[in-house]
Ligand binder design. Structure first.
Ligand SMILES: [Zn+2]
Ligand SMILES: [Zn+2]
Length: 164
């Protein structure tokens, strides 16, 4: 009785605003990204845990959670997965999600194309020559251009001969 109704929310990381499918993965992410000691790479469980570890083991103070977005670096907050997140931020997130839902619903009515492909295909260090693109076959074969050029030159020659 008197318990607050809690709507199931997709797990997300308070520190960097990333979505996760599973809270277990979120916790793994937080340990690896936000609660990892930058000196000995030990993974702690919470921000304060990391601060205490650094203080006791390395005699270093940590002034913010690593890899956190601005305003979310509070090392004192004991956040573990979805637990410990300040209520106001939970509310804000809920509002944001509702807004997003409405937007995606609108978008889905207009077009059913999803451009969710987010693979970062980083270009390698070696530069690719644009000439490789002709392999696609949409461009005229090169001998055409050469033929055109030679034709142009020969007509020019004849014109010159005729004029001279
Ligand atoms: Zn994160
Ligand atoms: Zn350490």
């Amino acid at each position: 009785m008197g318990r607050k109704k809690k709507k199931q929310m997709k797990p997300w990381c308070w520190y960097c605003n990333r979505d996760f499918d599973d809270e277990k993965i979120l916790i793994q992410h937080q340990k690896a990204k936000h609660f990892k000691c930058h000196i000995c790479h030990k993974k702690l469980y919470t921000g304060p845990g990391l601060a205490i570890h650094c203080m006791q083991v390395h005699k270093e103070t940590i002034d913010g959670v690593p890899n956190a977005i601005p305003g979310r670096t509070d090392i004192e907050l004991e956040i573990y997965g979805m637990e410990g997140i300040p209520e106001k931020d939970m509310e804000e997130r809920r509002r944001l999600l509702e807004q997003k839902n409405q937007e995606t619903q609108k978008k889905k009515q207009n077009q059913d194309d999803s451009d969710e492909y987010d693979e970062d295909d980083e270009p390698g260090p070696s530069f690719q020559l644009p000439a490789c693109r002709t392999a696609a076959g949409h461009i005229h074969p090169p001998h055409d251009a050469a033929w055109n050029a030679s034709w142009l030159w020969s007509t020019r020659d004849t014109t010159r001969k005729l004029l001279g």
